[in-house]
Design a protein around this ligand. Structure first.
Ligand code: AMP
Ligand code: ZN
Length: 136
């Protein structure tokens, strides 16, 4: 897609701090990192978000994200990493070409986890059932 910034990076029309590419996937540093080594992994075929990602592209995408997470952790001296996908603007997605964030993490790095909410046992039961029945 010509108006997609990540498609433009894939096409080499916009520079990036490229880490890896093959026929299916590309990885480069996030331009506004939340930690050293924060990188993005994306499928080369354009899909707006995770819902539109072809089944066959899931394994290569997450396989590379996991491998790069471990490498980025090792080379930055971090203690762990997050793999994060923002699906939809309500979830914080700003670039509408499916991508996985790989974020090296260390204890006390200042990145906060999400606040918790209270949900009753009754509602938890209903939510679990509703999600389970929505699967098929
Ligand atoms: P998201 O909010 O999940 O859509 O994340 C989009 C990410 O893309 C943000 O973390 C941006 O910093 C990053 N980003 C946007 N433009 C570029 C670019 N030209 N090169 C590298 N990363 C970018
Ligand atoms: Zn795209």
């Amino acid at each position: 897609m010509s108006d997609c910034i990540f498609c433009q990076i894939i096409a080499g029309e916009i520079p990036s701090f490229k880490i890896y590419e093959d026929e299916t996937v590309l990885a480069f540093l996030d331009i506004q990192p939340v930690s050293r080594g924060h990188l993005l992994v994306l499928p080369k075929t354009h899909s707006e978000n995770l819902a539109g990602l072809a089944e066959a592209e899931i394994a290569p995408l997450f396989s590379l994200a996991r491998r790069l997470g471990q490498v980025a952790q090792n080379i930055t001296g971090a203690e762990g990493f997050n793999l994060i996908v923002n699906k939809g603007s309500a979830a914080g997605q700003m670039v509408f070409h499916t991508h996985v964030h790989v974020i090296p993490r260390s204890a006390g790095d200042g990145l906060r986890h999400w606040p918790k909410i209270e949900v009753s046992t009754e509602e938890m039961k209903t939510i679990a059932q509703d999600i389970a029945s929505g699967l098929f």
